[in-house]
Design a protein around this ligand. Structure first.
Ligand code: ATP
Ligand code: MG
Length: 476
């Protein structure tokens, strides 16, 4: 075993760290995520080292041996030191012991042994260490059988899970995140403890929760994490708007689909087609307006009228609460949620050029993303229906390509703009200019030649006159 591990870490940098630690007479280990990923053959971007005694001194000694250009960054408050070497980020920390009291979020931290340090770690697969000192190079310390759990593909806490989660409730999110990223199961007793301690999540900052959610969303199948969040009771606490999609209701023997599981299916399909994490969020949020708009209408059945508009209006508040960025990402998701019914509506009617033009102008650069979302949204059990819809989407896509080539509609602006309207009629900015602009734009989009300048100019003059304005040149 040691021989195998020695081979895995047989790189100059590990020997250099070991030599620095030997010079100072300190025990030093690669630890945590790096070791886990080494066994899983996953790429790890940073390497954590733990030393018994000060890690900062080992980092300084190492840097000296590597040459003048290597700079050590010391974080005194945390007792850690960091350095970059040949594209790798190395972090050094002294082994520590942590004790928590229930009323405080912050643990009391003291110097400790390697054992103490491994005891405070979150999961058995993250609590392994490999010694880098010369004589013991490659020796694995695995007191909780992390290697066994890697084989069993199991997330399990090293100590009593109730204590581990109550001490630092973020670990509940981390358990679910690792299960999603690695496609591991969460051990039964560990998951039961998450259910019992879910309420403690309220002491964790939104930013840290958001960071775990992002990692879930970046995974190959994000639905795994969201289902676990639901089952554990965490979802209701961190994202009640989404939890509200769960469930169905039946009136006169007619139910509607469970929008939570529908959404997860859409999300996974989108994730299989695109790495864009904001498109994935759009998939997750596309039906967020459904609970608020749900109605039973006699003779019609269940309706979710305008759920796309109501949903789009909810996005800003959700972003704010989640501490998501309130920039162009917000605008993008709002747009996706609002427009996600448009291609479906196109399929039900005959697909006219002008309807497609409108869609292209409204979706702009993001039309391809919107099509991915809408195709994923077809989740009916009726295969015939699914095929009919997807066939129609092929027609919509063909028309988009066709019109794109003819009209150059991406980021389209009408050939007559506000400045021209003002100059023509001698108007300053105001309601009349806006009215003329809208008329020109809407009429062009309904026509066969949206880029025809002469036609656009005629429309402008027509509307101006209707509103009682004459072109300046006629007045002279
Ligand atoms: P990734 O880098 O993919 O997020 P990681 O396991 O390396 O995964 P880090 O946050 O980099 O996670 O943490 C490094 C190590 O520190 C972990 O492997 C674990 O041993 C320990 N650790 C991190 N956060 C916690 C925590 N909240 N509670 C206990 N141990 C933790
Ligand atoms: Mg890491």
């Amino acid at each position: 075993m040691t021989e195998d591990i020695r081979k895995k870490i047989d790189k100059p940098i590990f020997h250099a760290v070991g030599a620095a630690a030997d010079r100072l007479g300190r025990d030093c280990y690669a630890v945590g995520g790096y070791v886990r990923d080494l066994f899983l053959d996953r790429h790890s971007k940073d390497i954590d080292f733990v030393t018994v005694g000060s890690g900062i001194e080992v980092a300084r000694n190492l840097a000296e041996s590597l040459g003048k250009h290597v700079k050590v960054t010391v974080f005194k408050n945390f007792g850690t030191a960091q350095l970059h070497y040949k594209g790798e980020e190395l972090e050094f920390v002294g082994a520590r012991r942590e004790s928590y009291s229930h009323d405080s979020r912050k643990p009391i931290v003291e110097d400790g042994s390697l054992d103490d340090d491994l005891d405070r770690r979150d999961f058995t697969i993250n609590a392994m260490a490999i010694c880098v000192n010369g004589p013991r190079f490659g020796e694995l310390v695995d007191k909780f059988d992390g290697t066994g759990d890697l084989k069993r593909r199991l997330i399990r806490t090293p100590l009593d899970p109730d204590i581990t989660f109550s001490d630092d409730p973020l670990r509940m999110m981390r358990a679910i995140r690792f299960a999603t990223q690695l496609r591991f199961s969460i051990e039964y007793a560990t998951f039961e403890a998450i259910k019992r301690n879910a309420g403690r999540i309220k002491i964790i900052s939104r930013e840290r929760i958001y960071s775990e959610l992002t990692k879930i969303m970046e995974s190959e199948r994000p639905s795994i994490g969201w289902s676990m969040l639901l089952d554990s009771g965490l979802l209701e606490l961190i994202f009640p708007e989404f939890a509200a999609l769960r469930g169905t209701e039946t009136v006169n023997g007619r139910g509607h689909k469970d929008n939570f599981f529908h959404t997860l299916q859409v999300l996974d399909t989108v994730a299989s087609k695109s790495d864009n994490v904001w498109l994935r969020w759009s998939a997750l949020l596309h039906d967020i307006g459904k609970p608020a708009t749900k109605h039973w209408v006699d003779g019609v059945g269940w309706t979710f009228h305008n759920h796309n508009f109501i949903g789009a209006k909810m996005i800003r508040n959700i972003f704010r609460k989640m501490k998501f960025p309130l920039d162009d990402k917000l605008k993008y998701v709002e747009k996706m949620v609002e427009l996600h019914m448009r291609p479906i509506a196109l399929v039900e009617d005959t697909v006219t050029d002008s309807a497609i033009r409108r869609l292209m102008v409204d979706a702009g650069e993001d039309i391809e993303d919107l099509m991915i979302l809408c195709e994923a949204d077809i989740t009916s059990k009726n295969q015939e229906k699914v095929r009919r819809y997807l066939d129609n989407y092929v027609i919509v896509r063909d028309k988009i390509i066709d019109l794109e080539a003819r009209d150059k509609l991406r980021n389209w602006q009408p050939p007559v703009d506000g400045n021209m309207i003002m100059a023509t009629f001698g108007l300053s900015q105001g309601k009349a200019v806006g009215e003329i602009k809208t008329y020109v734009r809407e009429t062009l989009l309904n026509s066969d030649s949206p880029n025809d300048f002469d036609y656009a100019r005629r429309l402008m003059l027509e509307k101006g006159r209707e509103l009682g304005y004459e072109p300046i040149e006629n007045k002279l």
